[in-house]
Design a protein around this ligand. Structure first.
Ligand code: 5RP
Length: 267
């Protein structure tokens, strides 16, 4: 691996082989998502606990100070919205020159396997990989499901993740699911897990993150289940304990509860 590529991968994946990416890119198709209405306010207290931010160029420039940032995975696909015809019809929104200008550690793009735009999104990934490899910039592929959340099963996610890796993604972001080892086992590059819409309890989140780590994920790219929580700093610390300190879900939950209690006392 070229020095630049290796250096960028090392910025993302920590020396223990694990990673906690914090996505705040949701506005690129959802608009002002709940508790991400003012991205600066959401992200500032969480920055010290994130290994990298997944973010668009607009929010990066407007809401993250360049002298107080974390490695950036730049979201470079989009062009669709929640109210448009088809979320899968994405294009590449941001060029590699811009990514270099913003000194990013990686770029990220969604692929929509099985959709009407499967071929376009996969060819967009391939083109982005060609460009990224030229400049030593890794590509993270996001196995997107659009509004069809029920697609999140091992068969579909293993298929999408493997295709993304075959086309050259250096990291694949997918969803946790039952039998998650089928997804990681069939994907020859590191896999991180997204959280999806908020789940009912903190313990459930910590359990699926722990299960996914045991089954081969290297970490998470997890947003709403952190920053939509009433105690986001407590939540990110608990998730960090699972990822970087080998905590069980129960131990991480105890950490969450004690952090929540001290935060509540300070408020
Ligand atoms: C949105 C994304 C997000 O980065 C991804 O879904 C992770 O966030 P969350 O944990 O909130 O699902 O790709 O398009």
């Amino acid at each position: 691996m070229e020095w630049g590529m290796a250096n960028r991968m090392a910025q993302l994946i920590q020396s223990d082989g694990h990673a906690l990416f914090l996505p705040i890119d949701h506005g690129y198709f959802q608009g002002p998502t709940r508790r991400l209405e003012e991205p600066r306010k959401t992200v500032e207290p969480l920055l010290p606990y994130a290994d990298a931010l997944f973010i668009t160029r607009g929010v990066l420039r407007s809401s993250v100070d360049p002298d107080n940032s974390r490695p950036v995975i730049l979201r470079v696909s989009g062009g669709t919205s929640m109210v448009g015809k088809d979320l899968a019809n994405e294009g590449i929104t941001t060029g590699m020159e811009e990514a270099i200008r913003l000194n990013v550690a990686a770029v990220g793009i969604s692929v929509f396997v099985g959709s009407d735009y499967e071929k376009e999104s996969l060819l967009n990934l391939s083109k982005l990989v060609d460009e990224g490899e030229k400049y030593g910039i890794p590509v993270m592929a996001v196995t997107a499901v659009g509004k069809e959340l029920e697609k999140r099963d091992a068969r579909y996610l293993a298929l999408s993740s493997r295709i993304a890796a075959e086309l050259g993604a250096r990291v694949v972001k997918t969803y946790w699911c039952q039998d998650f080892e089928r997804v990681t086992g069939g994907c020859p590059v590191p896999v991180v897990m997204a959280g999806g819409p908020r789940v009912d309890t903190e313990l459930e989140v910590l359990e699926f993150v722990h299960d996914g780590m045991q089954k081969g994920a290297i970490g998470v790219n997890l947003g709403r289940n952190i920053w939509q929580n009433d105690f986001p700093v407590a939540m990110i610390k608990a998730i960090r304990a699972v990822i970087h300190e080998n905590a069980t879900a129960q131990e991480a939950h105890e950490l969450f509860l004690s952090e929540k209690e001290s935060a509540a006392k300070k408020a």
